[in-house]
Design a protein around this ligand. Sequence first.
Ligand code: NDP
Length: 293
Amino acid sequence: MSAQLIDGVKTAEKVRSQVKEEVAKWVAAGHTAPGLATVLVGENPASQVYVRSKQKACAEVGMESFGFNLPATATQTEVEDLVRQLNADPKVNGILVQLPLPAGLDEEKVLREIAIEKDVDGFHPLNIGRLAQKGRDPLFIPCTPYGCMVLLEEAGVKLSGAKAVVLGRSNIVGMPVALLLIRADATVTVCHSRTKDLAAVVREADVLVAAIGKPEMVRGDWVKPGAVVIDVGINRVDDASKAKGYRLVGDVAFDEVKEVAAWITPVPGGVGPMTIAMLLKNTFRAAQIAAGQ
Ligand code: NDP
C-alpha cells in the first residue's frame, strides 16, 4: 500500500489566498490593512530568516508588517516595554515575538505581556488555558497545531472516536495539538521522552502526530496499517550529495511509513508551510477582533 500525500504546500496556498481575499474585502470596506509586528531580539540567523518570511507573507496578502529588532544585549524590561508599546498601538493587530529569545531573557514573562487579543501565535497562557477548557474558546490557536488540524480536515479524516497518538508534549506543538484533538472528540494519548515502549503505543494510533525532533524515529513497523500520519518534525541530517551538505527529514521514516499509512504529510512540504499560513489567518482574525467583530 502506498499512502496518499497530504499536500501542505497546496493547502497553505489555499489558506493564504482565502486570507488575501478577506483582507481585500476588509480594506475595500474602509478598514486599515491588518498589521503584524515582529519582535526579533539578537541576531540568530534562523530567526532572521523566519521573521523575513513572515513579513514577506504579510505583504503577499496585503497586510502591513512592522519589524522591531533589538540587540542581543536588550534587557528583560526593554523587551517587555516594547511589547507593551505594541499592545497600545492601534495599527498593530498581532504581535509575534520570535523565539527563542537570547539566553538570560525570560520568554514566559515576555509572552505573558502580549495582550491576549494580539496573541496571534496563541502562546499566551490564557489562550492555552481556554483551549484546554470545555465550553471555552481561545481567541487564537497556536499556528503549527492549527495547521496540523487543517491538514487533517483537508484529508477528510474523521477524528470523532479515533484513537490519536501525539508524540511530544511541548508548549508550542505537542500539547496544543493534543488539546485540539480532544476538542475534535478523538481519544488522545500523549507520549514523551519517558514513555515506555513507544512503538507499541504508536501501533494503536488511527491518527499519529509526531513532534519530537528526532530524525526518522518512527519506523514503518510502528504504524498501524491505514493510519493517518502528520509529521511535524523538521530535522537536518548530513547529506554530502546536497549543495548545502544536509537535507531535511521529519520525525517519521517517510519511505517506510508511506507503505503502511493511508495518508501522510511529507517533509518538507507538509506541516511546515502551514505555520505561516495560519499566522496570517490569526492576524486577520485579530484585526476583526480589534474592530469588535
Ligand atoms: P521540543 O524539543 O520542545 O519537544 C520535543 C518533545 O518530544 C518533548 O515533549 C520530548 O519529551 C519529546 N521527545 C524527545 N525525544 C523523545 C523520544 N526519544 N521519545 C519520545 N518523545 C521524545 O520540540 P518542539 O515541540 O518545539 O518541536 C518538535 C519538532 O517539530 C522539531 O523537529 C521541530 O523542528 C518541529 N517543528 C516544526 C514546526 C513547523 O512549522 N512545521 C514548528 C515547530 C516545531 P519531554 O517532554 O519528556 O522532554
